[in-house]
Design a protein around this ligand. Structure first.
Ligand SMILES: NC(=O)c1ccc[n+]([C@@H]2O[C@H](COP(=O)([O-])OP(=O)(O)OC[C@H]3O[C@@H](n4cnc5c(N)ncnc54)[C@H](O)[C@@H]3O)[C@@H](O)[C@H]2O)c1
Length: 300
């Protein structure tokens, strides 16, 4: 894609973290924004942050798991903006639980948002994207769509499936005007753990988190872990910038962060026992890394 200027971008989960900074950076690049979000307060906050930019902004309060709401969305966006050029299927949630203790309700909650939401939105928007001279569909998976840890079975199921779905779709759409991207962020400092459902019948942190927590001197309650997670990951503005660069350079697979790149390398080198390589790569990175990525983009 040559430029983001004057494009119309739909972003789900625009009220927080990566989605909020996608909205801000896109608006700064001259793109008009259709911000979609389940939380009214978070949506209003993002919309007010966009006021400084001379672009058109529409807000759409919706649940991406609601199929009818997603099916109605393209018409609503087109009614306000005339067309749609970019769709970021970004909204996502997680549950921390072993599979055996995970309720069916929590399983469905994650699958309906992280997978069905992405598929339904892709189906609804693709015919409209195809009408544009240049367009992009950007689906967010995770580095957890490439490697696995314990207590994240439903998140992995959804994120591996987003990757499979998106990469297959990319092959089908090759050579056309719609770019298809799959995004694999590593640790990005957002409130995703604060928004997560934790299985209260068990300890809230997994063994790795507890070890990291002990080393860093923080508690293993959800609030402390969420604050630690938010303060120590790559700043979401930098993650959003990497994603937009990936779109502008037409990179089908967008790995976000050195940790994501190293974990991807580990699973290529040792496809089954990749976690044996983590102590050599990712754990030292957590403690030794340059603090710069944790800070927001200086220009914001
Ligand atoms: N933060 C990370 O380390 C990380 C790593 C890999 C992948 N990801 C993925 O990146 C994406 C963005 O996550 P984030 O870290 O910015 O999280 P976040 O919690 O900061 O933001 C997610 C946003 O999605 C919204 N949302 C949740 N459920 C929704 C629904 N049903 N309908 C509409 N909106 C909904 C939330 O209210 C929130 O505003 C997610 O898909 C997540 O799985 C994040």
């Amino acid at each position: 894609m040559k430029t983001l200027s004057n494009k119309v971008a739909v972003i789900t989960g625009a009220g927080s973290g990566i989605g909020r900074y996608l909205a801000i950076l896109l608006a700064r690049s001259g793109a008009n924004i259709a911000a979609c979000e389940i939380s009214e307060t978070a949506l209003a906050e993002t919309v007010s942050m966009l006021r400084d930019y001379p672009v058109k902004v529409s807000s759409h309060l919706l649940d991406v798991a609601d199929k009818a709401a997603i099916e109605a969305l393209p018409e609503q966006v087109i009614a306000q903006h005339g067309h749609v050029d970019l769709v970021f299927n970004n909204a996502g949630v997680t549950v921390d639980s072993t599979f055996e203790d995970l309720s069916e309700t929590d399983w469905d909650w994650v699958m309906n948002i992280n997978l069905q939401g992405v598929i339904n939105s892709s189906r609804a928007f693709l015919p409209h994207l195809k009408q544009r001279p240049e367009a992009a569909l950007i689906n967010t998976s995770s580095i957890f769509g490439m490697i696995v840890v314990e207590r994240q079975s439903v998140y992995h199921t959804a994120k591996f499936a987003v990757r499979g779905f998106t990469e297959s779709l990319a092959k089908e759409m090759k050579g056309g005007s719609v770019q298809i991207h799959c995004v694999h962020p590593g640790h990005i400092g957002t409130n995703i753990l604060g928004n997560a459902r934790i299985n209260k019948s068990e300890e809230s942190a997994n063994a790795f988190q507890r070890l990291m927590g002990k080393l860093a001197g923080i508690g293993d309650d959800q609030e402390s872990m969420a604050a630690f997670f938010e303060q120590n990951g790559m700043h979401p503005s930098r993650a959003a910038q990497i994603m937009l660069n990936g779109v502008l350079n037409n990179r089908p697979r967008i790995l976000v962060g050195t940790d994501a790149k190293l974990m991807d390398l580990c699973q290529r080198l040792m496809p089954i026992h990749y976690e044996k390589l983590f102590p050599f790569f990712t754990v030292p990175l957590t403690f030794l890394r340059n603090k710069k990525p944790i800070k927001g983009l200086p220009s914001l």
